[in-house]
Design a binder for this molecule. Structure first.
Ligand SMILES: Nc1nc2c(c(=O)[nH]1)N[C@H]1C(S)=C(S)[C@@H](COP(=O)(O)O)O[C@H]1N2
Ligand SMILES: [Mo]
Length: 316
């Protein structure tokens, strides 16, 4: 960087040269940094053995202001009990499956990557999302089916709760029956073709379609404990939140924005709707003031665990 007086400031140059450039400039120190931390963007993820079908083209270009069909990673909502973005290393990472199991299992990140991966398009949302709110997003997730991991440990007969723990001891509880009922419950390493961003759980998180994030979507996952609701309470359960929390059917109007002013004539009203666990969205209706409910035009179908775009041309 050259300052206003024309002199270059070398110290500043070093501090902005993070990562590869820093390793090159600092030599030994740089190598030490790289050995200690696997940067998310440096990881090569395996291809899915069971890939998701190509997504049909969404309505993004047709309906200005509508939510993108696939939420970009850096625009994906974030809900955490913590304020910082933890730096968890994939090199030292392990996942332990314990509790009511036939044999306790601990696997490394490389061992997880060696398991057959599946790819699924899943909409994730937070129970704290208000009507029209921001806490919902849709991505293509890459991961190992949760049941493949549980099968390695052999689930005992008494368990009814899957208690997952993050690297820092934060716990999330999931009803075992729902996590293993055939839905695409995943232990994920990838999001939209990239390793998980740190804010979204790098190196490994859970994603379970149809359950709100606070009972399913553990980020920075390190432990899965088979237990019962009588024996153990998760973070949110201690705070009196429900333990059984299926995602409710919902829709959001993205455009026009609430309280905005539009010109008379043709106004395209558009948004997204989601209905996991009940076959996906089959219809969206729109009502203007007290008028009749009229059917909106639906965007393409991304599967029953994925939201659906819709629009309605209103003659204002
Ligand atoms: N470790 C950890 N995992 C967590 C949380 C958390 O606070 N800590 N929040 C949960 C909640 S309430 C939601 S809605 C989702 C949000 O995931 P996202 O931030 O990637 O959108 O993560 C879940 N997983
Ligand atoms: Mo949440």
């Amino acid at each position: 960087r050259i300052d206003g007086d024309g002199r270059s400031r070398r110290g500043v140059l070093l501090s902005v040269g993070v990562g590869a450039a820093m390793a090159a400039v600092l030599g030994g120190t740089g190598r030490w940094l790289q050995a200690r931390r696997t940067r998310a963007e440096d990881l090569d993820l395996p291809a899915a053995a069971d890939p998701a079908p190509p997504l049909p083209r969404g309505l993004d270009d047709q309906v200005p202001g509508i939510s993108p069909w696939v939420t970009p990673n850096d625009e994906f909502y974030r809900v955490d009990t913590r304020l910082d973005t933890p730096v968890v290393d994939s090199d030292g990472w392990t996942l332990t499956i314990d509790g009511d199991v036939e044999r306790e299992v601990t696997i490394t990140f490389d061992e997880l990557l060696a398991m057959p991966m599946v790819e699924r398009d899943i909409t994730l949302t937070c129970v704290s999302n208000s009507v029209g709110g921001e806490y919902v997003g849709s991505a293509r997730w890459l991961g190992v089916p949760l049941t493949d991991l549980l099968d390695r440990a052999g689930v005992g007969a008494g368990a009814d709760q899957l208690l997952s723990t993050d690297f820092d001891g934060m716990t999330i509880s999931t009803p075992l029956a729902l996590a293993t009922d055939g839905r695409d419950a995943l232990v994920c390493v990838g999001m939209n073709g990239a390793p998980l961003p740190r804010a979204h759980g790098f190196p490994v998180r859970m994603v379970i379609p149809g359950l709100y994030g606070f009972i399913s979507a553990t980020k920075w996952l390190t432990r899965l404990t088979l237990t019962t609701y009588d024996d153990a309470e998760a973070y949110w359960t201690e705070r009196d939140w429900a333990t059984d929390a299926p995602i409710k059917i919902s829709a959001r109007i993205d455009t026009p924005r609430a309280l905005s002013t539009v010109d008379g004539g043709r106004v395209v009203v558009g948004g997204v709707a989601w209905c996991q666990g009940a076959g996906g969205v089959g219809q969206v209706d729109v009502q203007v003031d007290g008028g009749p409910w009229r059917p909106a035009t639906l965007g393409p179908d991304g599967g029953h665990d994925y939201w659906r775009q819709w629009y309605f041309a209103w003659d204002a």
